[in-house]
Design a protein around this ligand. Structure first.
Ligand code: XMP
Length: 516
């Protein structure tokens, strides 16, 4: 399969370059700056050098030997990548007087250059760099400037090398995707044949070759990633895949049964294990959030392991790991942004090898693959749900009675979101599909109320709904007042034990999505 290779020099936007190229239906892969593959590289149609937190003059600056691919592959340098190419091939780079940051407009010197096909005059781009190119190598030409940056874009005259000091991958470079398309399709000859259907065909063939007749075990969470991974593996190896789905007693109302039925309808060989009592017993009296998390995490591993070990000849552990999980854990500057947690802590004696069929996909691509595999829309559009489930939404200690109250209130809120529709861009869309994630929090306080002639002294709950792109930041969802009023009424009238409903209007940061 043809691919674009992105050499990662540690910029925070490297992943975005990959996103944009995938949107062009072209496969691409990010590798650390010094890991250009040795041996056969015929499948690589072009190389992109990313930005970097370093200056080319820094002692620790990442450097690459361009001769590994120069002259054989088209090259595009972005920001540091452009400075590095220029500096290495005989140009000059100097610190800019002040950091050049923000929106600027291109003034073309050679608009006929293939990199700028279809560009508007004064096209807006996004700059963010401390150093700047002050001279380009011999036989290179400057093809665009901005008011403050002379060499905003350059091209080699007799070679396929380009450099841009701005960031085409970010949203504020309004024709950035067009620039990447000009490079990937126009210059590198990418045929834009990467689609969910082609991914499924190739991956199923690869899984058959990788796993053969071996047995695979996989832990399902009810979430999109593990579900799609399971359906894909099932398509490749059928009954040799055993899925394990654990009820830790902290799932949403009826979720265990509903999801189990969904999985069975999809033809998965799935074992559902009711371990509610074990979790409730281990959690009794525990109030501290991190302690609750640890007990729930370890409980899952114990139950999963006990079941997995019954499949004595299993050789592989299937996981729904996706591309951002791996990029975040493998960040080359050595700073771990988010430690990736999936099923962990399997007994060593099982000696399972990892099989991660979604490891190259972004979240929205996982959804496309799921749809292509014929999975039901409610599984694919399911909101993220924390591993410790309602355990981190019951503030303080957990009892089966509190779980019952929270499940009932949460069920009313979530079903309400599914049923209430408003117009978005001319399309009727449920509130559920308009928010990133939602749920109810059971608060550790009681408050006074009045029902009929009686004074009540019962629990308060908080509704939480956020909009977000990636859960790293989030805004509280501006749900319609009429909707909130209906949900509040329904919860207070129908859920025994609750007499007050609040709506959480905090954004992340400084708050977090979950309350614990
Ligand atoms: P916060 O609360 O940190 O949540 O803003 C960000 C996202 O992560 C989910 N979350 C978890 N997921 N185990 C998980 O698997 C956890 O312990 C956990 N804590 C938070 C949260 O639901 C949101 O999607």
């Amino acid at each position: 399969m043809q691919k674009i290779l992105i050499l990662d020099f540690g910029s925070q936007t490297t992943q975005l370059i990959a996103r944009r190229i995938r949107e062009l239906d072209t496969f691409c892969e990010i590798v650390p700056y010094n890991k250009y593959p040795v041996g056969d590289d015929n499948y690589i149609i072009g190389v992109i050098l990313s930005g970097s937190p370093y200056s080319v003059y820094d002692k620790e600056a990442f450097k690459v030997d361009l001769q590994q691919f120069r002259g054989r592959k088209p090259i595009l340098g972005i920001c540091y990548g452009a400075q590095f190419i220029s500096y290495t091939l005989g140009g000059n780079v100097e610190p800019a007087g002040s950091r050049e940051y923000g929106r600027q407009n291109l003034q073309f010197i050679n608009k006929e250059n293939p990199l700028f096909q279809g560009f508007d005059d004064n096209s807006q781009v996004w700059m963010s760099h401390g150093d700047t190119i002050t001279a380009i190598p011999n036989d290179f030409e400057c093809i665009a400037s901005t008011e403050t940056v002379k060499y905003a874009a350059y091209a080699a005259k007799n070679e396929k090398i380009w450099g841009v000091q701005f960031h085409p991958e970010v949203f504020h470079s309004l024709q950035g995707t067009l620039l990447l398309k000009n490079f990937v399709v126009g210059i590198c000859g990418g045929c834009q044949d990467w689609s969910a259907a082609s991914f499924i065909d190739t991956t199923v063939a690869e899984l058959k070759a990788q796993v053969g007749n071996d047995k695979v075990v996989l832990g399902l969470s009810g979430g999109v990633d593990s579900s799609v991974a399971a359906v894909l593996l099932n398509k490749a190896i059928g009954k040799n895949l055993t899925c394990i789905f654990v009820d830790n007693g902290l799932l949403r109302k009826n979720e265990f049964q509903n999801v189990l039925n969904d999985y069975k309808c999809l033809g998965l060989n799935v074992i559902g294990i009711d371990a509610k009592e074990k979790f409730y017993a281990e959690l009794a009296g525990v109030e501290e959030p991190e302690k609750k998390r640890k007990i729930i995490g370890k409980g899952f591993v114990d139950v999963f392991n006990a079941e997995a070990q019954k499949i004595t000849d299993a050789k592989w552990l299937g996981q729904g790991t996706i591309y951002p999980d791996r990029i975040e854990s493998l960040n080359i500057t050595g700073k771990t942004i988010k430690s990736h947690h999936n099923v962990g802590g399997l007994p060593k004696e099982m000696k399972l090898q990892l099989c991660e069929p979604l490891k190259w996909l972004f979240k929205d691509e996982v959804r496309k693959v799921g749809r292509q595999l014929g999975m039901p829309e409610h599984l694919i559009k399911r909101h993220p749900f924390p591993g410790p489930g309602l355990g981190v939404r019951i503030l303080g200690d957990i009892t089966p009675e509190k779980v019952r109250i929270l499940q009932d209130a949460d069920d009313i809120f979530i079903n309400g979101l599914r049923e209430w529709k408003t117009m978005v861009d001319g399309v009727e869309t449920s509130l559920y599909d308009q928010v990133w994630q939602a749920g109810v929090i059971l608060l550790p306080v009681k408050s006074v109320g009045v029902m009929g002639d009686e004074r009540t002294y019962e629990r308060a709950v908080a509704l939480r709904a956020v909009t977000s792109a990636d859960a790293m930041t989030a805004d509280w969802a501006h749900l319609p007042y009429d909707f909130l009023a209906k949900v509040s009424n329904d919860i207070i009238n129908k859920v025994k034990g609750v007499n007050r409903v609040a709506y959480d209007i905090s954004s992340k940061p400084p708050a977090t999505i979950e309350w614990e």
